[in-house]
Design a protein around this ligand. Structure first.
Ligand code: C2E
Ligand code: MG
Ligand code: MG
Ligand code: MG
Length: 280
């Protein structure tokens, strides 16, 4: 009765409601691209020694007409399950390519180094993915030197063809980052088979409160072996000066987090790297 109307409800309707909600979200997602409800933000990636912006990660946002801003942790899994991720991911990559080409044309060497784009497990498993990426690169004229694709360890481990796909992406000139490193079922042997250029160290290890906790020890070990392998490491989720100082002392050169900048519009991001270029 409390739910109103002539509705039948089971004793515990929570699971049904959750399933209903996901179904509704999935339906909304299909219409959202056409409805122009998506947009992307750019979060700076900075060089720790001097704080200079070296690039940005592209982060997708969904402005739902009734729900407001839906976080990617909620809608990306639904987009993956329903297959919408292929179209959505292609759209994000195209935005990144267009923006990168535009920055290169307008700022030349003063443009931010590299734009990172997240690629989901299902995209990587799609046999047509690499051809679609190549077509977008051609159509937008974006320079692969200014782009990087982020994949998760889980995505690489789940798809039989993942390493092959990554090698094909590398052949196009793209760089590859392993995202959220340390949170999946990672094994270090992945670094021997997987053509990675960058490891993004998950924020759960970075956010440790002291220099002695387990996260801090992992963070120190990761910088040790990435240096030996010739791989760049980016510390994710850096929120405090203290964390930044400890990472720098441990040997990290690159970091990303609220301390340096929240995800922001292309215009706002542009302003930050223009200011940096003028100051330099
Ligand atoms: P991610 O790729 O690991 O992205 C980093 C996430 O950490 C972002 O969350 C970012 O806003 C957040 N973050 C950055 N600095 C800090 C910090 O200092 N503190 C805290 N607490 N958080 C910080 P966001 O934008 O909500 O995205 C969440 C996840 O959704 C991403 O994690 C990524 O897995 C996925 N995602 C976002 N955009 C895309 C996309 O275009 N495609 C795909 N496939 N996945 C995406
Ligand atoms: Mg990422
Ligand atoms: Mg990450
Ligand atoms: Mg993440």
């Amino acid at each position: 009765k409390a739910a109103g109307g002539q509705r039948w409800q089971r004793f515990d309707p929570r699971m049904d409601r959750a399933a209903d909600d996901t179904a509704r979200l999935a339906a909304d997602l299909r219409g959202a691209l056409a409805g122009e409800q998506f947009f992307v933000l750019y979060q700076p990636i900075v060089s720790l020694p001097d704080g200079v912006t070296t690039g940005a990660e592209v982060l997708l946002r969904w402005q739902h007409p009734e729900r407001g801003l839906v976080p990617p942790d909620v809608f990306i899994p639904v987009a993956e399950r329903t297959g919408v991720i292929h179209e959505l991911g292609a759209w994000v990559f195209e935005q990144a390519c267009r923006q990168s080409a535009d920055w290169s044309a307008r700022f030349g060497a003063g443009a931010p180094g590299r734009i990172s784009v997240n690629v989901s497990a299902r995209q990587l498993a799609d046999p047509d993915f690499v051809d679609a990426v190549a077509a977008t690169l051609r159509a937008t004229g974006a320079d692969t030197d200014h782009l990087l694709l982020e994949v998760t360890e889980t995505a690489v481990l789940n798809a039989e063809t993942a390493i092959d796909q990554l090698n094909r992406l590398k052949a196009l000139g793209l760089r590859i980052a392993l995202d959220d490193f340390g949170t999946g079922h990672s094994s270090l042997s992945l670094l021997l088979t997987c053509p990675v250029d960058v490891l993004k160290v998950d924020k759960s290890f970075v956010s440790g409160a002291s220099a002695e906790d387990a996260g801090a020890i992992i963070v120190k070990n990761i910088i040790g072996f990435t240096t030996d392998f010739g791989i760049d490491a980016v510390a994710e989720g850096v929120e405090t000066r203290d964390q930044a100082e400890r990472l720098h002392a441990a040997g990290y050169r690159l970091a990303q987090g609220y301390l340096f900048g929240r995800p922001m519009s292309a215009e706002a991001f542009e302003a930050t790297f223009q200011t940096a270029a003028v100051a330099a």
